[in-house]
Structures are given as structure tokens and as C-alpha cells.
Ligand binder design. Structure first.
Ligand code: PBG
Length: 342
């Protein structure tokens, strides 16, 4: 029984209608694939990181095509668009002028700093969107580190004190979710206590629990103006990417100290960690598709090497499959628009 179109293709000569089980049946048509899809992606799965800057207008970031820093005259419009697309929350990150960066990071505790002003403005103009703020000193630190530095060493406990102050000015400005991204020991418990003592029992903590010392943060450091400031690396506080048990231990501690949600960061190369955290603890588990991941997709797409929309969609679905409840992604707006357009 030769196949007329292709003589090399033959009907299998096996009796009994083998194979009885054909997993491809469920993949024959778009409707059946849709029916059996185990995961779905929607705008509610995203948190959109937004960079804010002092000067009015916007500015670009060379390694992050399509991502802008917004002045206070432009940020409301951008966040309103996210809300309209049904993205539940934004994460506000500051670009801080070098003149405001000091070794004591005083600008981080200034209630009039760019983060606090942006938060107040967004809360007033787009009240229904959740606001997350990074709790870490690096955008305000002349040494570029997330904690206070003395004689080249990061001071843990002094840094935690400073982070509590930073969290408080952010909560007072109206921030809904504090995101300690500094990786100091004991910071989650200390921030929780500081918030509770000041009457912010409902302020949530999304801890960057499994935050690795990663080279994928490069473009972000340009975005917040910390690239030229950083002396050395962050390996004495961020996790070693050779490890995963250590990440679980960190998550366990952060939960015990009062974290409401935990985060894994970076994202795509760390989906094994997302899965382990979700399986072990069963708590809201976020993942951060970081700047370097975004840059890789955009660079390949710009060269015509990858299809931007398809890889962005596939990468974000992969987070869901790994067990993430939501993804911080710079592609939140473009993806939400694509999903809306079907
Ligand atoms: C600061 C912070 C970083 C990121 C988020 N918060 C950079 C770092 O730790 O150096 C990275 C985000 C990204 O790369 O998109 N603590």
C-alpha cells in the first residue's frame, strides 16, 4: 500500500488499529487545544514596572527598547492605561539624579522623593490600581548598593533600620505593597513591625525572597542610573545562582517573618525555583521577568531572529506553567494589548 503522494510513507502494517491512544487528537484544532489548555494568560497575571524621573516628559533606556521613564506629568496617563487594560498593579522605580545620591541614602527617606510623589499622584488619579514599591537603597546610594556601606562592607542591621524608614515613607505616600528587594537578613520582620506600629496593618509585603546575584539586571541598573555607581557586586547579599535549597530556606524565613507574597527573580532561567517554591509553600508566588530577559527578547526580535509577540507570549505562559501567580514584566502593556486583540 504505497502512499500516492509520497512513496516513502506507508500505512503501518500493524493489525488492531494501533495506536489506540493518540494524544494528538486533543491537538487537532484550535478549539480543542483551547478546551484542554491547562494554563491561561490574562492581564491579571501581570505587574507592570514603571520608571519615574524628576524631569517632565519621558526618556528612553538604551537596552530596553519600548520602556520609558516617565515624569510626573506623564506617569498618570501611562498607569491609567495599565488600569484600563485590567493590569492589577504597577511597581514604581525611581531614576534618581546623581546629585541626590549619598552614602547615607537620605533621599530614600525623604517623603518628597520622586517615588513618594509618584505614588501619591497615582493613588489620587488612578485609585483602583495596586502600587508596589521596591524597598532597597540602591537608587539613592552613591555606592550603588542596596544597603549601607562602611569600609567596603554592607552593614546588615543598620541597613534594615534604613529600609524600615524607607518602607514607612512609602506606606505613608499610599504604597499598597512593600517589596523588600535588598536581601538583608531580618528585613521582612523588621519592616512588618515598623508598618504595624505605624498603623499600616493592611500594607502588604511582597518579599523578593529568592533574589539571585544575576547578570540579567544590567539594563535595569542603567534605567535607575545605578550602573555607573555600583562598586563591586551584590554577591554578599543576593543568592548564589548555583543554589536552590538556599532559596527555599530564604522563602521559609520571609514567610515566618510575615511576608504575604514571595518573589523569585530573575524569571525564565529560574523557573525551577518558582516550581519548588510553589510546591513547597503554596503561597502567592511571583516571578520577575527582569530587564536582561526583556532585552534579550527585544534584541533578537529587532534582528529578525525571533518573533517578538510569540516569544513574549510563550515566555509569560511558561511562568504560569511553572506555578507563578503573577509576573512582573516590562512587556505587561504590550502583552495585555495583544491578549485584548485576541
Ligand atoms: C534593586 C533592584 C534591582 C532590580 C529590581 N530591584 C537590581 C539589582 O538588584 O541590582 C532588577 C530588576 C530588573 O533587572 O528588571 N534592588
Amino acid at each position: 500500500q504505497r502512499n500516492e503522494l509520497n512513496p516513502y510513507l506507508r500505512k503501518p502494517a500493524v493489525l488492531g488499529g494501533y495506536p489506540q491512544i493518540r494524544t494528538r487528537r486533543n491537538r487537532t484544532d484550535a478549539w480543542t487545544r483551547s478546551l484542554v489548555a491547562e494554563n491561561r494568560l490574562g492581564p491579571q497575571d501581570f505587574i507592570w514596572p514603571v520608571f519615574v524621573q524628576e524631569p517632565d516628559g519621558t526618556s528612553g533606556i538604551s537596552a530596553m527598547p519600548g520602556v520609558l521613564r516617565y515624569g510626573l506629568d506623564r506617569v498618570v496617563e501611562a498607569v491609567a492605561k495599565a488600569a484600563e487594560l485590567k493590569i492589577p498593579a504597577v511597581a514604581v522605580f525611581p531614576y534618581v539624579d546623581e546629585s541626590l545620591k549619598t552614602a547615607d541614602c537620605a533621599e530614600a527617606f525623604n517623603p518628597e522623593n520622586i517615588v513618594c510623589r509618584a505614588v501619591r499622584l497615582i493613588k489620587k488619579e488612578v485609585p483602583d490600581i495596586g502600587i508596589l514599591c521596591d524597598v532597597a537603597l540602591d537608587p539613592f546610594n552613591s555606592l550603588g548598593h542596596d544597603g549601607l556601606v562602611q569600609d567596603g562592607k554592607i552593614l546588615n542591621d543598620e541597613s534594615v533600620e534604613a529600609l524600615c524608614q524607607q518602607a514607612l515613607v512609602q506606606a505613608r505616600a499610599g504604597c499598597d505593597v512593600l517589596g523588600p528587594s535588598d536581601m538583608m537578613d531580618g528585613r521582612v520582620g523588621a519592616i512588618r513591625r515598623a508598618l504595624d506600629d505605624a498603623g499600616y496593618q493592611d500594607a502588604k509585603i511582597m518579599s523578593y525572597s529568592a533574589k539571585y546575584a544575576s547578570a540579567f539586571y544590567g539594563p535595569f541598573r542603567e534605567a535607575v542610573g545605578a550602573d555607573t555607581m555600583l562598586s563591586g557586586d551584590k554577591k554578599t547579599y543576593q543568592l548564589d545562582f548555583a543554589n536552590s535549597d538556599e532559596a527555599l530556606r530564604q522563602v521559609e524565613l520571609d514567610l515566618a517573618e510575615g511576608a504575604d507574597m514571595v518573589m523569585v527573580k530573575p524569571g525564565l532561567p529560574y523557573l525551577d525555583i518558582v516550581r519548588r517554591v510553589k510546591d513547597r509553600f503554596g503561597v502567592p508566588t511571583m516571578a520577575y521577568q527582569v530587564s536582561g530577559e526583556y532585552a534579550m527578547m527585544k534584541a533578537a526580535a529587532a534582528n529578525g531572529w525571533l518573533d517578538n509577540d510569540k516569544v513574549v507570549y510563550e515566555s509569560l505562559m511558561a511562568f504560569k506553567r511553572a506555578g507563578a501567580d503573577a509576573v512582573l514584566t516590562y512587556a505587561a502593556i504590550e502583552m495585555a494589548e495583544l491578549l485584548k486583540a485576541g
